[in-house]
Design a binder for this molecule. Structure first.
Ligand SMILES: Cc1ncc(COP(=O)(O)O)c(C=O)c1O
Length: 437
């Protein structure tokens, strides 16, 4: 950093402030995590200088012999992690990975069936403000409002809807869904209506890699992910196929007339379809993160992420908070704050004043707008990386409850901020990392 402090003190200062914010506060945004210093080192390396359009061994530029090795390592490790036949590690982000799937599978106007954004789905699963809802005929399934399946997907209703609309692709995956998915049933439904099945495991990729949630790879035709959430790698995306197959659209290789594999269509959709040069420094950092995820310590980490989420859910329930689906299977809890008389927007703001970072979130059947919302979403991946255990999350729930129950009381918020600072000092982020070095 000394180079940067000399050449650009303004940006150096910004990075220092952000480092302090991360170190001194409690990070409960479910989609965030803290990468290792090794991941950051790879990402901040000379690999950022290299153009490498194409795939290892088949590049459009010279001098790719070493970045090829980095990408091969990333691919090999990802395939080992998910026990799959094919992967493309080049997508710049989760949204880019998803864009490549659309480009490879659908034509504009084709029908997609995905989880409604307001029920936990993601923008790229057909929201009208996203390319996926603008270019394609996006139809949705949701979760139940009440009854034994409250907050969960009713698979019989989903099957009925799929039979009625006969989508070309069905998507699974979410940004705010607390339960595991029944991939076997999803696949039966997809097969019955002749749809391709796509799972976006962006949020849960780390838990799936560690065997903490059921594995979509054997059941879904295509799987996409981000690499920076529970998987704890650099910001980025990736596409995987468990067992490669002939593409069902009759696309053939120009010279030989051979039917192309689905993986080939996806490779072409990433480049040249969607992206230019891959970010080789990020791909190297992905390789480092996948190597970390293959170690036994990562399994313990993923187990702790879930234990912490369960402890947090139980502590909230004991304080009369309404959790969507009344608990969690994964790394996040979604709280419907309507019985507490505070909006998601205000809860996010006052918790932020106490240095507890969360995000407002729509809850299923919300009557407030996405900018206000009735809920907040909390996740355990980042603070579990810092070493917090169940009892620490129960303590955090006490602090969050104090803020939410006294949202207009500056004194309480100041007291909680002091408690947060003391907690964070016990679990330093990048213990030995010195921003001035
Ligand atoms: C389910 C899901 N898919 C895709 C994405 C998009 O990832 P990115 O922000 O890397 O584009 C997210 C991000 O929140 C997500 O939750």
């Amino acid at each position: 950093m000394s180079e940067l402090s000399q050449s650009d003190p303004e940006i150096f200062a910004v990075i220092g402030r952000e480092h302090s914010r991360q170190n001194d506060g409690v990070e409960l945004i479910a989609s965030e995590n803290f990468v290792s210093l090794a991941v950051m080192e790879a990402q901040g390396s000379v690999l950022t200088n290299k153009y490498a359009e194409g795939l290892p061994g088949k590049r459009y530029y010279g001098g790719c012999q070493f970045v090829d090795q980095a990408e091969d390592l990333a691919r090999r490790r990802a395939m080992e992690l998910y026990n799959c036949e094919w992967v493309n590690v080049q997508p710049h982000s989760g949204a880019s990975a998803n864009g490549a799937v659309y480009l490879a599978v659908l034509k504009p106007g084709d029908t997609l069936l995905g989880l409604d954004l307001s029920h936990g789905g993601h923008l790229t699963h057909g929201s009208p403000v996203n390319f996926s809802g603008i270019l394609y005929d996006a139809q949705f399934y949701g979760v139940e409002q009440s009854g034994p399946l409250a907050g969960r997907i009713d698979m019989d209703k989903l099957a009925e809807k799929a039979r009625a609309i006969r989508p070309k692709m069905i998507s699974i995956g979410a940004s705010a869904y607390v339960r595991d998915f029944d991939y076997v049933r999803f696949r039966q439904i997809a097969d019955e209506v002749g749809a391709l099945l796509w799972m976006d495991m962006a949020h849960t990729a780390g838990l799936i890699a560690a065997g903490e949630l059921s594995d979509p790879l054997p059941h879904c035709h295509i799987v996409t992910t981000t690499t920076h959430k529970t998987l704890r790698g650099p910001r980025g995306g990736m596409i995987l196929i468990g067992k490669d197959f002939d593409n069902p659209f009759g696309k053939v290789a120009a010279k030989s007339g051979r039917v192309k594999k689905m993986s080939e269509l996806l490779d072409s959709a990433v480049f040249p379809g969607m992206q230019g040069g891959p970010l080789m420094h990020v791909i190297a950092a992905k390789a480092v993160a996948f190597g970390e995820a293959l170690k036994p310590e990562f399994k313990s980490y993923a187990q702790q992420v879930r234990k912490n989420a369960k402890a947090m859910a139980e502590a909230f329930i004991s304080k009369d908070y309404q959790l969507v689906s009344m608990g969690t299977d994964n790394h996040l809890v979604l709280i419907d704050l309507r019985n507490k008389g505070i909006s998601g927007k205000k809860a996010e703001r006052v918790l932020g004043e106490a240095e507890i970072t969360t995000n407002k979130n729509m809850v299923p059947f919300d009557d407030r707008s996405p900018m206000v919302t009735s809920g907040i979403r909390l996740g355990t991946p980042a603070m579990t990386t810092r070493g917090l255990k169940e009892e620490d999350f129960v303590y955090l729930v006490d602090l969050i409850d104090r803020v939410i129950s006294n949202a207009d009381d500056e004194i309480v918020i100041t007291e909680v901020r002091t408690a947060v600072k003391a907690l964070c000092e016990r679990f330093p982020l990048y213990g030995s990392f010195d921003q001035d070095s």
